[in-house]
Write a protein that binds this ligand. Sequence first.
Ligand code: 1GP
Length: 245
Amino acid sequence: MNIGDHIVKLTQKKKLHFSLIDPDKQKPKVAGAIAKTITEAGSSAIMVGGSTIFSQKQVDDTIKAIKDKSSLPVILFPSGAKFLSKYADAVFFMSLLNSRNVDYIIREHVKGAQFVKQSRLEPIPMGYVIVEPGMTAGKIGDADLIKKDDIDTAIGYALAAQYLGMKLFYLEAGSGAHYPVSDEIITSVKENTDIPLIVGGGIRTADAAREKAQAGADIIITGTALEKEKNLKKTLTDIINAIEE
Ligand code: 1GP
């Protein structure tokens, strides 16, 4: 079974945690060590991406180091066509649905599509929207941010993603957000749609992860928590256990 279908099937049984590694935040060797810890802690996949990546080599080297230390699926979380890597297993073929810039909705995808085909990367179609505060992703993606209490707009985007045939829907508050997507938006989107709901941005503790999973998130993403945490294994294990409660 391919990775996308496997993820969808797994979410029907339990809540999942994915770890996000930004190649711009540490050297490849350190990314490899983090990947080892992520794997031991029980995360289900490693996403690789970020808004400030400057070269494809940076992505390639980071993924090679991760692959050396972890058997988890590596899924690209790309900010553009230039930063794809043939060393990953799959790519979130994601449209930033609330961008004002057509590049992030479809044009980057046109540029990267042949690379995906030639590299045999598995494309996983995903609708991606950015909610306040949005952070760097919101600025670089020129997002028409969903207001933090605008439930109807969030449901509209989620249903549109589902009706366009996307396999997953991702509600993003932005990496390092000082508050995550609200429980009200998460619950309403979950109740009104049938595709797995991913939530990320500003989730750094077990309590926050539990709250968002209980509100209705099927998959919780943490990125910043991996970069700053001294006792990473314990923090991640606590987060993953809290999600699965
Ligand atoms: C960013 O949602 C992810 O795309 C992760 O956010 O870095 O705040 O965990 P954090």
